[in-house]
Design a protein around this ligand. Sequence first.
Ligand SMILES: O=C(O)CCC(=O)C(=O)O
Length: 181
Amino acid sequence: MSEAAINDLALETRFLPRFLRDPDAEALLQVCAEKFAWDRSIPDRPFARFGVPYGDDENREVIVFHPEVEPLLSRIEEEFGFRPDSCSVHWYLRGESFVGFHSDNIEDIADGTGVIIFSLGAARVLRFRWKQDPSVTRDFLLERGSLLFMSRAVQEDWKHGVPRQPDTGERMSLVFRKIPR
Ligand SMILES: O=C(O)CCC(=O)C(=O)O
């Protein structure tokens, strides 16, 4: 496929590299690490959840957002015009911690919204892979304090994942969405 054709593929994303600046971004990882209730069933990538449940988790009760997360919700609402009501948090303890290629379920994303990945800690690559031709990829370097929005439509055409990156320190991602009612 020609480079021009690849550039025409819709990868509907919006990237805000300095959504939260230091020292706030630097301090927040430690606060989250200490205060969140972590599920450690994946040993090198603990996770936590807030807000409205979805997917495999949908029968649990709503968990109120932690006060540390609330200011981010208001900032996201100002920037994107919707207020997320659900958040899953992934804590990559080391560079070997990873997430394989997958698409998020569009039934868990309200119309007119998208999935928002907010990053803390070490910079990691988020890689998109086009479903029609997996040799077509797009990389975003998600640095501390950055925010990446991906539209609902992105999930239909692309998979995404966070590859292993040895010799990298810990990283945390807070993944926000609004669940359809
Ligand atoms: O940690 C990340 O940046 C990506 C997480 C992810 O792929 C997901 O929650 O679906």
